[in-house]
Design a protein around this ligand. Structure first.
Ligand code: NAP
Length: 235
């Protein structure tokens, strides 16, 4: 897909991987709709994206767990841009490593609500618009934890395995349309996601988020007859 002037929605664009995807796509002169909750960080990403060459950047403060707000945000994006070409579902939160008994109910709800339910809702809301485009794409950022079970990650893994199942079925359901669907399954990446919950792992071997952003741009910028529906990133 030729990325110049494409309208791209990125969730979780204020930090980490989503921020790097926004900055990398800005260099392709895309038009960006950036979603997250933190105004200060999102405004900074918008400013940097413009400096790097984005054709246009609009920010949308939205907690993707809040369905009404999400519906309004999607409406606002479509009414401002007229349509969208690409949806990158990246927003996600970590679950501090723990056995299930130690994971509080609110944390369970927040993780499933953000990583899985919010992702499903936003995809459903944008689907009619994406289907109208001559070529369009959805990229879901899952995780290695969405394909490999790892100790102490029951709830996070449930959300990410859920994203894998959702992505795989969506791919089948949309095979006769112009909407391409892909999942990204990466291991440890050097962001603040873990520290935000109080977990601190050595990150020397972790992938850099800017390198991951390169992979996402590569996936999106292949010629029309090439699509990478599932990308596993290992170090
Ligand atoms: N880091 C890793 O090792 C790793 C590995 C595999 C997969 N992943 C996945 O990669 C994605 C990005 O993670 P990251 O490492 O970049 O984490 P991060 O640095 O903590 O960034 C997460 C982003 O998601 C946003 N977000 C969180 N909850 C949200 C909500 N309810 N509504 C809207 N936005 C929300 C955050 O913005 P606000 O706080 O401003 O809302 C932030 O922009 C996640 O889906 C994560 O599960 C990460």
């Amino acid at each position: 897909m030729k990325l110049k002037d494409k309208i791209i929605v990125i969730t979780g664009a204020s930090d980490g991987i989503g921020k790097q995807i926004a900055l990398r796509l800005a260099k392709e002169n895309t038009r960006l709709a950036l979603i997250a909750r933190d105004k200060k960080r999102l405004t900074e990403v918008s400013k940097l994206s413009k400096q790097l060459g984005a054709a246009e950047v609009k920010i949308y403060l939205c907690d993707i767990c809040k369905t009404k707000k999400l519906e309004k945000t999607v409406k606002d994006i479509v009414s401002y841009f007229g349509s969208i070409d690409i949806l990158i579902n990246n927003a996600g939160i970590w679950q501090k490593i723990n056995p299930l008994e130690k994971i509080k109910k609110d944390i369970v709800d927040e993780i499933i609500g953000t990583n899985l339910t919010g992702l499903i809702h936003i995809t459903k809301l944008f689907l009619p618009v994406l289907k109208k485009q001559k070529e369009s794409a959805i990229i879901n950022v899952s995780s290695r934890s969405g394909i490999v079970p790892q100790e102490g990650q029951s709830v996070y893994s449930a959300s990410k395995y859920g994203v894998k199942g959702f992505t795989d079925v969506l791919k089948i359901d949309l095979k006769s349309t112009n909407v391409k669907v892909a999942g990204v399954y990466q291991g440890g990446t050097n962001t603040r996601m873990f520290a935000k919950t109080g977990d601190n792992f050595p990150t020397d071997n972790f992938t850099e988020p800017a390198d991951l952003a390169d992979v996402v741009v590569y996936m999106l910028s292949r010629p029309a007859k090439i699509w990478l529906p599932e990308v596993h990133i290992e170090r």
